[in-house]
Design a protein around this ligand. Structure first.
Ligand code: CP
Length: 309
């Protein structure tokens, strides 16, 4: 039995391969039976310093289905941060009101800092361009569910690989499963050297491309990402690359039958609407899987469920 009680989740590398698999197994149990009175005596703080639809609402939905009370904010402008209160003091206060903190913040490293200050466990719901470990867990869940395995897959990632925290976390996690990586991006938005080094250090291969059509025939997963306007300091740089990849149904001709298109969402126009009707589209189910994975994480970290070896 693995015990995650009281453990933070800040980076996907905080957990082991065995723990990923055990969390996915627990999430599968929640998918079969999502409404359980497991967290009736718990308070979940959901504090979002940056916009979110899926992460915040799926965490809150997950908590509600387990009968936890949820407190928090989605608009930091309505908190005492506006009066100059520090992140340190905010976290200290929130940890005295709750049993667990789910936090999104625009600054890289803010979640790690919050975990050092908090007296309750912290789950990182995305920190700047750094990490999005719970998205990564639901991506793993979606890959395993659609491919029947996590091992030896051709994983293609497309778009903003420089600022995309979801792809950084997913590469690190998939290095445990002997993936071969294909990175498709404009030169300006290439995968960071640190992430590529992680692949090399794991003894695995990656290849870089600028042309999306080149990767269609052999990919098991095509993971599309949005070009993130909010991460560019120069709007002209964003304008140069904003529509660089648009995946449509015609582009998918010749793909593997079991290939699935994932996207952390929101999409802007990098996946055409005609893909939604193809058997390859999986991004909306992927987002739904987030509820079960987040139930599993909260139940394990709050100590009401043990992970099974
Ligand atoms: N995938 C994801 O993080 O979406 P939101 O920004 O809507 O939470």
């Amino acid at each position: 039995m693995t015990n995650l009680k009281g453990k933070n989740l800040i980076s996907i590398t905080d957990y082991t391969k065995d723990e990923y698999i055990q969390i996915l197994d627990l999430a599968k149990e929640f998918e079969a039976n999502p409404k359980q009175p497991l967290l009736g005596d718990k308070v979940v703080a959901s504090i979002f310093f940056e916009p979110s639809t899926r992460t915040r609402l799926s965490f809150e939905s997950a908590a509600n289905m387990l009968e936890a009370r949820v407190i928090g904010f989605s608009n930091p402008a309505a908190t005492s941060l506006q009066k100059g209160e520090s992140l340190h003091d905010t976290i200290q206060m929130v940890s005295s009101y709750s049993d667990i903190i789910v936090m999104r913040h625009p600054r890289d490293g803010a979640a790690r800092y919050a975990a050092e200050v908090a007296s309750v466990p912290v789950i990182n719901a995305g920190d700047g361009a750094n990490q999005h470990p719970t998205q990564c867990m639901l991506d793993l869940y979606s890959i395993r569910k659609t491919q029947g395995t996590l091992d030896n897959l051709n994983i293609t990632m497309v778009g903003d690989l420089k600022y995309g925290r979801t792809v950084h976390s997913l590469v690190q996690a998939m290095c445990n499963f002997k993936a071969t990586f294909h990175f498709v991006s404009p030169k300006e938005l290439e995968m960071p050297e640190s992430v590529k080094r992680h692949v090399q250090d794991a003894g695995l291969k990656y290849k870089e491309y600028t042309n999306l059509e080149d990767v269609i025939p052999f990919s098991d997963i095509i993971y599309m990402t949005r070009i993130q306007k909010e991460r560019f300091s120069d709007p002209m740089e964003y304008e140069k690359v904003k529509d660089c990849y648009v995946l449509d149904a015609a582009t998918l001709k010749g793909c593997k039958d079991n290939m699935r298109v994932l996207h952390p969402l929101p999409r802007v126009n990098e996946i055409a609407m005609d893909v939604d009707k193809t058997p390859y589209a999986y991004y909306f189910q992927q987002a739904q899987n987030g509820v079960y994975v987040r139930q599993a994480l909260m139940a394990a970290i709050l100590g009401v469920k043990q992970l099974k070896n």
